[in-house]
Design a protein around this ligand. Structure first.
Ligand code: AR6
Length: 340
């Protein structure tokens, strides 16, 4: 999974580089900065003394000394002063410049804390939004594994509005102990047939224009029959073609790494996990029906007794297909993240 949100102490994360939320002197401090210096040992401070400080939004690299990480990228986040002092751009610069430095040093993975959200007072939901947005833009262009490390549940905050909408949607839709099985192809075909018949009947009362605008079936029955024997992999590749997307766009938007994607491409009988299958549905911006079809090829269904499934349904219904935002929400609701 190229982008993952994890709960941990960043000094314990074993990656090529961890990012330090430092101050302009780069000579240590409290919070994550203090923890990193303590864990790295005095060698880190010695090297930091040679750097001549760092401006807000910029980033500098040192070795990791006693840390499990090989390097530390020090960046200085903005102090929150109400939002009118360029804070958002400066915070975005921290993530952008740290990622650029990691790329320059050919690092394959990097872990960020939530910069500025402690002593510097940046509102956590806003900081999270900026972090996720910069990281996801970067990952659309580059291959790297990026971890966002959340120290405690309190430091992770989804916007209240989004959190409440999802919570409401779960409350409205959650049903305990309901097992939904994937429809058999035959029953889905019959369903399709019934819909087509109804459409025909109703269309007697509609103008041709209204018919095509309102109730034109999205898929033809002949197409459904033709596609009856498709495997997951075949359907995925067909949809990628139909949507005019490239392979790279697809696996990046699915938060799936290139290697797994080529396995699926090369094995028509590949059986993905449910999370991987859903990640592709999101990448391809499938509607709910199409998502169910794709899942069915891998033997899965969306269930009303799974909070995870209901959250996915929420985002599909909202037309929000940003997998990184969906993962933010899944994390907030203690669910496994999308991707592989
Ligand atoms: N691992 C991961 N995240 C952590 C850890 C840890 N070990 N410890 C704290 N956090 P802060 P800032 C989270 O205050 O707001 C320092 O004194 C914490 O929960 O460390 O950018 C510097 O020298 C919070 O969400 O950094 C500067 O003077 C996030 O890390 C100033 O603080 C950032 O909190 C920088 O303030």
């Amino acid at each position: 999974m190229p982008f993952e949100i994890i709960r941990n102490d960043i000094t314990k994360v074993s990656v090529d580089a961890i990012v330090n939320a430092a101050n302009k002197t780069l000579l240590g401090g409290g919070g994550v900065d203090g923890a990193i210096h303590r864990a790295a040992g005095p060698g880190l401070l010695e090297e930091c003394r040679t750097l001549g400080g760092c401006k807000t939004g910029e980033a500098k690299l040192t070795k990791g000394y006693n840390l499990p990480a090989r390097y530390v990228i020090h960046t200085v986040g903005p102090v929150w002063r109400g939002g009118g002092y360029n804070e958002e751009k400066l915070l975005a610069d921290c993530y952008r410049n740290s990622l650029a430095l990691a790329k320059e040093h050919k690092l394959e993975n990097i872990a960020f804390p939530l910069i500025s959200t402690g002593a510097f007072g940046y509102p956590k939901d806003k900081a999270l939004k900026t972090a996720v947005s910069v990281i996801s833009d970067f990952l659309m262009e580059h291959d790297m594994m990026v971890f966002l490390v959340v120290y405690d549940k309190d430091s992770f905050q989804l916007s209240e509005k989004l959190f409440n909408s999802i919570k409401q949607f779960i409350d409205d839709n959650y049903m305990e102990n309901i097992e939904e099985h994937p429809y058999s192809m035959e029953s889905r075909l019959l369903k399709g047939l019934a819909v087509s018949e109804r459409v025909l009947k109703e269309s007697d009362f509609l103008s041709a224009e209204a018919y095509s605008e309102t109730i034109k079936p999205q898929r033809k029955l002949e197409d459904l029959i033709d596609q009856m024997d498709e495997t997951f992999s075949q359907m995925l590749l067909r949809l990628i073609d139909q949507k005019g997307m490239t392979d790279a766009q697809t696996y990046k938007r699915a938060n799936i790494d290139r290697k797994l994607f080529s396995k699926i491409r090369n094995d028509i009988h590949y059986k993905p996990s449910k999370h991987t299958a859903i990640a592709f549905a999101i990448a391809l911006k499938l509607n709910l029906d199409e998502t169910k079809d794709l899942l069915m090829r891998a033997g899965y269904a969306l269930s009303r007794s799974s909070k995870f499934d209901i959250i996915i349904e929420f985002f599909i219904c909202e037309g929000n297909y940003n997998i990184f935002e969906i993962n933010e929400a899944l994390f907030a609701f203690d669910q496994k993240l999308l991707g592989a």
